[in-house]
Design a protein around this ligand. Sequence first.
Ligand SMILES: [Zn+2]
Length: 602
Amino acid sequence: MTTDALKMKWDMDVFFPGGSKSKHFEDYRKSISEDLQQVKLTIADLPLELNDDAVKAWRDLMVLIEDLDMRLHHAGSFAFCLAAQDVNDEHATVIIQELSSMEAEIETIKTGVEELAIALDDDQWKNLLADERLKDSLFYWNERRRKARLRMEPKMEKLATKLAVDGYHAWNRLYSKIAGDLRADFEEDGETKTLSMGQLANKMSSPDRDIRRRAFESLEASWKTRDSLAAMELNSIAGFRLSLYEARGWESPVLEPFMLSRVRPETIEAMWKAIAGGLDRITDYIKAKKKLLGIDRFRWYDQNAPVGKVTKTYSYEEASDFVVKHLSGFSKELGDFAAMAIRDRWVEAEDRSGKAAGGFCAGFPAAKQSRIFMTYSGNYNEMMTLAHELGHAYHSWVLRDIGYYGRHYTMALAETASTFNEMLVTDAALGDAVHESEKLSLLDSKVNEHFTMFCNIRARYLFDLMFHDERKRGPVPKDRLNELMVQAQKEAFGDILADDGYHPMFWASKLHFSETEVPFYNFPYTFGHLFASGIYARAKEEGPAFADKYRSLLVDTGRMTCEDVARNNLGVDLTADGFWNEAVGRALEDAGLFLKLAKAGR
Ligand SMILES: [Zn+2]
């Protein structure tokens, strides 16, 4: 292999030489498994009444659990990366299953610690955690205790978790099966192909409106044939969830999702309020876009219609240099890090068959490294993926010396560093763009992202709220689900969508509504996007002087609530309107630039 080709392949042997059949890797997994069995035996014998000996034993155990969890993550990443680089690596798939059952075991062990946590009074608990080895994991364990106290007694919770496997989560698996099996015939260039729902959804980004329309109509019609099943599944998921909440004494359906994201309700309210206030100007952006596209009535399938075109291509080396250069322009550490990651082959970018689709960044905490997976063929979007994933890797990099449980950030903050990198690189590319069409395209993808976060994601949130509210009084029939969905879209999109431009079956076609691990899998997207935009605006104002603040903000993401991260590092109150109005205002400045450029073009 030439060195050039090697440059685009990641180095996995540094972790365990030999891929999925690696002897080192097998030994590593064996030691995790043995320690896991040991911990299980130990915890069964530990008393809930504490004397000095018991305190010491529990602390040792908590340290061991944290270490085990980290090693499991490390091993899991290795197997996951192997499966992605070669979809036919069946051995890797088997290992992934083996590791996920170990993950389930460690979760059970952690509920054992929770049992102790709620049995102790505040002083005893504080005393237990007063150990140098646990200092970075204080937030983590305190949070687990706080949550455990809000739940039913441990015996009941264990039963609920067990029942959820073939109840709650089974409905989600059924949904995936229905969605995965659905197919539709689609004609393009005189050829009829059978497409999956995912492929149809991709067609809705086509520059050809007829293709977008037909893809949408086919998607809506395909789901119509399954609407009774989908309604049953969605009602069962929400029904299970609401019954569990009732047993715990939780009145609001957003209590759990907000807890999972570590945000307060006031924060999310303030965010949506600011967004609703910006709807008029987003509507102006769509009006301008309609003119460019030659569209009179804007419909659901026009949301991702592209304008302008980026024809410029970048070799992997050019893309790497471009990204490194512009990250360095903000922070030397960030740029140096990106250069190191590329040089030391942390990135798998080769364009070849047999690789999984998409891109991701996986952490290898035991080695304090990350690996980025993607396929690079030379276009602009792939350069952005590289920048995006390098953001995730940098986030892990600044956290590398913190105790493992102090690095656990939630979904709401997970995209901060990746979005930030994207913004740096997009603005650089915009500055470099020569052709009007290129500028328009780059600017449009930026503003369109705001549009999606403000309208599409908000519609999902509003639907989930209304649906859960009605579901409390009994199952919601499919026609009513359609009505609620249109109502949510009307509120979130204002006057943007034409009367015949809604997507009533969105509750069925979008998998997020049926997600059971993360209920209300919507607002964290908008939160993350606007939070990163707000930070980026600060970085532009303060320049490289902001780099240290940015770094310390990332370091705090694993051990604080979102509000505390913002207060400590930016001095802002997320529960108040100010930060959000500013962030929305900055996003709308991009929309303003788009309007100017669109006008000048005509
Ligand atoms: Zn990401």
